[in-house]
Structures are given as structure tokens and as C-alpha cells.
Design a protein around this ligand. Structure first.
Ligand code: NDP
Length: 329
């Protein structure tokens, strides 16, 4: 038997979430690698799954947890043997395949990537999908030609998981980072991560003009809705905006003006189905570029059972940085 968070659907359609014990027979049959999970995380999507606030879970019962790190304990997959250190992010795990808020999981070997040399399980999950998505966003800006000398980079949802890691990564590369947050009390935190300026997110979250004063050479947005629209409207000629999130909303009530008059580029960033080579590239860069002391500032550790109380908090925007879950605690 092992501990896990289990989600079931109540008769009225709401989600019942509990800390319980499962056995191996309850793990999915279509996995070819069984793993012992040391650490997992709570991402925004895990918050949606555990609270049932959005239809993230599409198979019941479900173990949530889109991220996991630990060791292989059994495998019939040619690439994985007992004792190998792995990282799992996405691929529908915690949505349609039982996930990693559990001491044990049965996953597909094709989904796993090797944990970079020297990176602990805890560090990998302190980064998690949010941090890996932040790196995908930073990679996209660089690939589109945005360099530290291009000008200011706006990071929205800056005190959240994606935002905090994006601020730290961009600052470490020498970019001038402007952090937008609803938590102005966290200004010192954001500056400690490397932001040169902190702005109030209300300056971006209301409907605005289609073309506004040009400021940003690049944007990392995890918020969507009017915030993304305004960020695009304030982006300089040929600037690049990456969009990965929907913390404000999934809508995008925008004008084409910034695209057709300023050649602004809007780049979508998805972590869930990203190809393996791209994941490995992102994780290798994270291992090299994210300093341990910076990550320590960003991270708060919780126990497996605490996932139930922290899930609503992440949706309410009350979590600073990253939540790492010590699954065995
Ligand atoms: P967090 O909750 O940690 O961070 C989101 C941040 O957005 C909050 O901390 C808050 O920051 C800001 N925010 C929250 N509510 C609002 C609002 N109503 N209006 C404006 N800003 C708001 O979540 P994550 O960082 O884990 O994820 C961020 C988003 O990115 C989510 O939508 C998530 O689903 C998405 N995501 C997408 C991925 C992909 O593959 N495309 C992968 C990972 C995440 P502040 O108080 O500083 O303003």
C-alpha cells in the first residue's frame, strides 16, 4: 500500500479529494514504468484538478499531479531500468492518466526524461512544470531574436510559479525585467529575483486601446485575457510576446493592429505535449542557469496531505512562487 491523493466525482458533479492509500493493482495498466515518487508539485492546473473548478480531470477516479520526480522501481521499457532518476511533466498525467501526487505511479517510459546530472528530485519539482514552462518561454524569446540589449521584458503574473522562475531566468541572462504583480507587497521578493522594476497589474488588467505607447521588447505572459491584450498593445515594433497561461482568463479580446502595424509576434508556449528533445533542452538549461539560492527563495515545501488545502489557494493567486510537495512526508 502507498499514500496518494485520490479524486472522485460526487453525484452532484463536484470533486471529492482525499488523502488515501492505494495498492499497485489500482495503478493504470497502460504504463510500462513503475516509479517511486519522492517529490511532486502543485501547479495551477493541479489546483484546478483538485478543486474541480475546471474540467481538467477527464477520467475517474484520478490521482492528480502533473509533475513527478523520483526513481524507477520496475520497467519493461527499453530506455528505463531500476534505479534510474526521472522527471515527468504533463502528457495528460493527472488529467487522463493517474498522476504523481502519490508515492507510486505507473507511467509510460516515452513520457519520462532523465533528471539532469547533479539535480536533486526536490530541485526538479521546485522547478516543476511552471519553471520548465518559464524556460520554454525564455527559449522562445531568444529564438525570436530578443537579446538582453533589445530592451525591457515584461513578466506578468510575476509572483506566481511561471512568473517567478521567468523573472529569475531572464535576469540571470542579463535582461532588464519589469515584473507585473497584484501583490505589491512582494516587490522586494521580485527585486531579489532580479526584477529592475515592479508594476501594479491593474495597469494591464482592464480593457485598453489597441495600440498603446511602445515599451516592451519581449513579454512572458502567464495571465491571458486583457493583460495579454494590453501587453501586446504596448510591445515595440518587431517585439515578441509569449503566451502560456490563463490566470486572468482564457479570452483574448484583442485587435490585429499590433500585428499588422508593428510586426509584433505572438508565440504560444505549451509544455504538456512538447517533444522530448525540447524538454531535455529546457531542463538542461534550467540545471545550468537557475541558481540553488534563487530557487530556495521561490520555493515553499508542503506535505502530500497539504495539497488539499493549498489547491484553492493557488487558484486564488495566494501562492508566492512554487509549491513543492514532499510526497513521503
Ligand atoms: P500561479 O497561480 O503560481 O501564478 C499565477 C499568477 O497570476 C498569480 O500568482 C498572480 O500573480 C497572477 N494572477 C492570478 N489571478 C489573476 C487575475 N485574475 N488577473 C491577473 N493576474 C492574476 O500559477 P502558475 O504560475 O503555475 O501558472 C500560471 C498560468 O500558466 C496558469 O494559467 C497555468 O495554467 C498556465 N500554465 C500553462 C502551461 C502551458 O503548458 N501552457 C504550463 C504551466 C502553467 P501576481 O499576484 O503576481 O499578479
Amino acid at each position: 500500500m502507498f499514500h496518494a491523493i485520490l479524486l472522485n466525482k460526487n453525484e452532484d458533479g463536484t470533486t471529492k479529494a482525499e488523502l488515501t492509500q492505494l495498492n499497485d493493482a489500482q495503478l493504470p495498466e497502460d504504463g510500462d514504468v513503475t516509479v517511486a515518487v519522492d517529490y511532486s508539485t502543485i501547479n495551477y492546473k493541479d489546483g484546478l484538478a483538485i478543486t474541480g473548478k475546471s474540467p481538467v480531470v477527464r477520467k475517474w477516479p484520478m490521482v492528480p499531479g502533473i509533475d513527478g520526480s523520483g526513481e524507477v522501481i520496475a520497467s519493461t521499457h527499453p530506455d528505463w531500468k531500476v534505479g534510474d532518476a526521472f522527471i515527468l511533466n504533463g502528457w495528460g498525467v493527472g488529467e487522463i492518466h493517474m498522476g504523481c501526487l502519490s508515492e507510486r505511479a505507473k507511467l509510460k517510459g516515452d513520457w519520462l526524461i532523465p533528471r539532469p546530472q547533479g539535480m536533486s528530485s526536490r530541485t526538479a519539482m521546485a522547478i516543476g512544470t511552471a519553471g520548465y514552462t518559464a524556460m520554454l518561454s525564455v527559449m522562445a524569446l531568444a529564438e525570436q531574436g530578443v537579446t538582453p540589449s533589445s530592451g525591457e521584458i515584461l513578466v506578468t503574473g510575476a509572483s506566481g510559479g511561471v512568473g517567478s522562475v521567468a523573472v529569475a531566468l531572464l535576469a540571470a541572462r542579463g535582461y532588464q525585467v519589469v515584473a507585473s504583480t497584484g501583490k505589491l507587497a512582494e516587490a522586494d521578493y521580485l527585486k531579489s529575483l532580479g526584477a529592475k522594476e515592479v508594476i501594479d497589474r491593474v495597469t494591464l488588467s482592464e480593457p485598453g486601446k489597441p495600440l498603446q505607447k511602445e515599451r516592451w521588447a519581449g513579454v512572458v505572459d502567464s495571465v491571458g485575457s486583457h493583460t495579454l491584450v494590453n501587453a501586446v498593445a504596448q510591445t515595440r515594433y518587431s517585439g515578441v510576446v509569449t503566451a502560456c497561461g490563463l490566470a486572468q482568463g482564457m479570452d483574448f479580446p484583442a485587435s490585429v493592429a499590433p500585428f499588422i502595424l508593428r510586426s509584433v509576434k505572438l508565440i504560444g508556449v505549451d509544455s504538456v505535449m512538447a517533444p522530448k528533445s525540447r524538454r531535455i533542452a529546457a531542463w538542461d538549461l534550467l540545471a545550468k542557469e537557475l541558481k540553488a539560492e534563487t530557487l530556495a527563495t521561490i520555493t515553499h515545501e508542503i506535505k502530500l496531505g497539504d495539497a488539499l488545502t493549498w489547491a484553492p489557494k493557488i487558484l486564488a493567486g495566494q501562492v508566492r512562487g512554487r509549491l513543492v510537495v514532499n510526497v513521503k512526508a
